[in-house]
Ligand binder design. Structure first.
Ligand SMILES: C[S@@+](CC[C@H](N)C(=O)[O-])C[C@H]1O[C@@H](n2cnc3c(N)ncnc32)[C@H](O)[C@@H]1O
Length: 203
C-alpha cells in the first residue's frame, strides 16, 4: 500500500515535471485550464497595472492574450467611450468568454480579434499602448512577437509586460529587458518585486 506522503510527493514531482516540460515547449494555456487565469493575481494586480500603464481617456490600447478578461474590463473602463480596447488572442474561446463579460458590463469599446501575436493584423503606429500579462512565455517566437508590438505602437507608445513567478512560462526581468531592448523598446520602470512585476517599455 502506498503511503499518503509518498503519493503526495509523487503528485508534486509529476506536476513539476509537467511544468518543466511545458516551459521547454511553450504553448497557449488551454481554455479548459482557465481556472489558472481566473485565480487572484498576486503582485500583478489590476491597480498596479493601472499605476504602471497610466491609461488615459480616449486612448487606443491593444491587450494581447486577455485570457478570460482579468484586466480587460478595467482597461476598457479606463479608456472610456472615446477610447478603444482591442483584445487579441490565439484562442477564440478566450475571446468569446471575455466578450461575454464585456457585454454583461455594458461596455461597447472592446473589439476582439483572433490570431497569433507573431503576426498582428493591425497597421503600424496604431496603438498608444500594448499590454501583455503572463503571455510572452507562451509564445515560442518571442522576438517576432516583440517586433510586431514595436511595429504597431506609435512612436513613444508604451508596452507593459506583467510576469508572475510560478507560471510555468515566467519570463525573468533581466531576460525580458534584453529581449525588449533588442526589439527597440526602451525600459522605463518596473513595479513589484522580481517574482511578480509589471515592467514598462517605450517604443
Ligand atoms: C496565461 S493566459 C493570461 C491571461 C491574462 N492576460 C491574465 O493574466 O489573466 C495567456 C493568454 O495568452 C494567449 N496566447 C498564448 N499564445 C498566444 C499567441 N501566440 N498569440 C496570441 N495570444 C496568445 C492564450 O490563449 C491566453 O489567453
Amino acid at each position: 500500500m502506498i503511503r499518503p506522503r509518498t503519493a503526495l510527493a509523487a503528485v508534486g514531482l509529476a506536476v513539476l515535471a509537467a511544468a518543466l516540460w511545458w516551459r521547454k515547449n511553450p504553448s497557449a494555456c488551454p481554455y479548459g485550464q482557465r481556472f489558472w487565469v481566473e485565480a487572484p493575481h498576486p503582485f500583478i494586480t489590476r491597480d498596479r497595472l493601472a499605476d504602471v500603464l497610466e491609461p488615459a481617456t480616449g486612448e487606443r490600447i491593444l491587450e494581447i492574450g486577455p485570457g478570460t478578461g482579468y484586466y480587460t474590463l478595467h482597461l476598457a473602463d479606463a479608456v472610456g467611450r472615446e477610447g478603444a480596447l482591442e483584445i487579441f488572442d490565439i484562442q477564440q474561446q478566450m475571446l468569446d468568454h471575455t466578450m461575454r463579460r464585456v457585454g454583461e458590463h455594458g461596455l461597447s469599446n472592446v473589439t476582439p480579434t483572433r490570431g497569433d501575436a507573431t503576426s498582428l493584423p493591425h497597421p503600424g503606429d496604431s496603438f498608444d499602448a500594448v499590454v501583455l500579462v503572463t503571455v510572452l512565455g507562451e509564445i515560442p517566437e518571442r522576438e517576432a512577437a516583440l517586433a510586431e508590438i514595436k511595429r504597431v505602437l506609435r512612436p513613444g507608445g508604451r508596452l507593459v509586460v506583467g510576469e508572475l513567478f510560478g507560471d510555468p512560462h515566467f519570463q525573468a526581468f533581466g531576460s525580458l529587458q534584453r529581449r525588449c531592448a533588442a526589439a527597440g523598446l526602451s525600459f522605463e520602470s518596473r513595479s513589484g518585486p522580481r517574482l511578480g512585476f509589471f515592467a514598462r517599455f517605450r517604443a
